[in-house]
Design a protein around this ligand. Structure first.
Ligand SMILES: [Ca+2]
Ligand SMILES: [Ca+2]
Length: 490
């Protein structure tokens, strides 16, 4: 075993190794009070936890902007450019360059930890050999509990449509459900996790992964969460109708157009309703997380459990005339990331160092004193956690499909569409343009910035790994023709 820098903390010196509580929240963007992405968001539990215990990583980014590849990258520790897992239709277990990598929970399991999980951590794939025909990463844990729950009946719902427009993907619908909340999926998942904190694990430290399913579409939660947001008080997210005009191919033609979901919301004048439904789901998730936070605070593990809470990618709510993920703009790439390392991170702190979710793997194993994994692409940010105001200027990478990359250094965002549009580029300066309205890529005065950031664009592009033949059995013709790129199962 190679010598490596061990992180010796008060806990470890007292022979109490760290446990890990690893919490994924599906499609949660920065609309969380302590993240500041939307001042209307009502999230008292996240805010309290951050105030009393945690550091908010203010500039955290995902390795990819859709569920499957971002989770595959952060769980294997390897970027899509090295594994070929670029889309939701590709199972890392069928990817020649990913299938033998030791995933993060397995690595903990191999080094003396008891590993357990409930909810979505790995992206789901159809698999006739898996329990219930679904591979959801059961194989990575000693103990895996399938997430379940019931919404009760719908009290009301809205399903906006527009003639001639397909909103695409998961249905763009929302409404209130009867509950009771205790029976809903994410509440049940958090209650399960809260209960685990009252048990012991055969004297071993634990790695517990908990996956929440909201605010992923569709947006159905109990009425009480809609009631937090009176519709006439909602301020919908801002967008500019000419925003996409300056993102062009070499022949000057625009690369993007408003998405189907945007056209549907816009055509029905329902931006406020859609924003409200997402906010209601965020508050529902916050409420469920409150159960887990309460249990952790009271538990015997409160002082020696590392908590990492992360959203798997961002989500647009009309910005860039887009509802959803899959972009390479800040709204898609920035994620909520809240970290508590007892004895290391000061509570009630915001850190502006740029980090990526793919960096969690090397960071967690370093914090827990496990040997480094030479397969990890990310870099440990342990030093940054100890000193959150330090200089930490390494740009980070977000990829969507093969050969489209975005690099941010915390001030500038540079994007290169080598796959989608023959090398078209974007550059935004967040000091002057936090909403990324003005593409500076063709402005000669930014040439040096582009040259600097372009050095971080990967040059190796592993070809697409095979599509999972058992995903999306009911997929549409357009999805079939799009190969592994389109979202399927979840
Ligand atoms: Ca997701
Ligand atoms: Ca623009």
């Amino acid at each position: 075993m190679a010598l490596h820098a061990r992180t010796v903390t008060a806990e470890q010196a007292n022979n109490k190794p760290y446990n890990v509580l690893f919490i994924a929240i599906d499609d949660l963007n920065d609309w969380v009070g302590c993240l500041g992405g939307n001042p209307q968001a009502i999230t008292p539990n996240f805010d309290r936890y951050a105030r009393d215990h945690a550091m908010v990583m203010n500039k955290a980014y995902c390795p990819s902007t859709v569920c499957g590849p971002t989770r595959s990258a952060l769980l294997t520790g390897k970027h899509a450019t090295h594994t070929g897992v670029y889309g939701n239709g590709q199972n890392l277990k069928h990817a020649p360059k990913a299938k033998d990598l030791v995933t993060l929970p397995e690595y903990f399991g191999d080094h003396g930890y008891y590993t357990l999980s409930r909810g979505k951590i790995f992206h789901k794939h159809g698999d006739p050999d898996a329990p219930d025909g679904v591979d959801e990463g059961q194989w990575a844990f000693h103990e895996f509990v399938k997430a379940k729950g019931s919404n009760g009946k719908n009290l009301w719902e809205e399903k906006p449509t527009l003639a001639g427009v397909k909103s695409g993907g998961t249905p763009f619908t929302w409404g209130a459900v009867e509950g009771p909340i205790e029976k809903t999926k994410d509440y049940a998942t958090c209650a399960w996790a809260a209960e685990q904190l009252e048990r012991d694990f055969d004297g071993k430290p634990f790695f517990m992964a908990v996956g929440l399913s909201k605010p992923h579409l569709s947006w159905y939660v109990p009425q009480e969460f809609f009631d937090l947001y009176p519709l006439d008080e909602i301020e919908a997210a801002p967008f500019n109708r000419d925003d996409l005009d300056d993102i062009v191919r070499k022949d000057g033609k625009p690369i993007f157009k408003p998405t189907g979901r945007f056209l549907v919301a816009d055509g029905n004048d329902m931006h406020k309703q859609a924003n409200r439904a997402y906010l209601a789901c965020v508050s529902y998730v916050d409420h469920c997380m409150g159960v887990l936070f309460d249990s952790l605070e009271k538990s015997q593990y409160a002082d020696n459990t590392i908590v990492m809470i992360w959203g798997d990618h961002g989500w647009h709510l009309s910005e860039k005339m887009h509802y959803g993920k899959t972009g390479l703009w800040e709204e898609s790439a920035r994620v909520p990331f809240i970290v508590n390392v007892p004895g290391v991170t000061p509570p009630n702190t915001k850190c502006n160092g740029v980090v990526n979710l793919i960096d969690m793997y090397p960071t967690l194993i370093e914090l827990c004193g496990l040997p480094p994994n030479p397969e990890n692409d990310g870099r440990s940010f342990t030093t940054l956690l100890k000193n959150p105001s330090m200089e930490w200027d390494q740009p980070t990478l977000t990829t969507y499909q093969c050969k489209n990359h975005s690099i941010t250094d915390g001030r500038y965002r540079y994007t290169w569409y080598g796959g989608r549009a023959d090398g078209a580029e974007e550059l935004y300066d967040h000091d002057t343009d936090p909403l990324e309205n003005t593409n500076l890529a063709s402005d000669p005065s930014y040439k040096e910035v582009i040259v600097r950031l372009r050095q971080h664009v990967p040059t190796h592009h592993e070809p697409n790994s095979p599509s999972n033949p058992h995903d999306g059995l009911k997929k549409s013709k357009s999805q079939k023709s799009a190969g592994p790129k389109k979202a399927r199962l979840g």
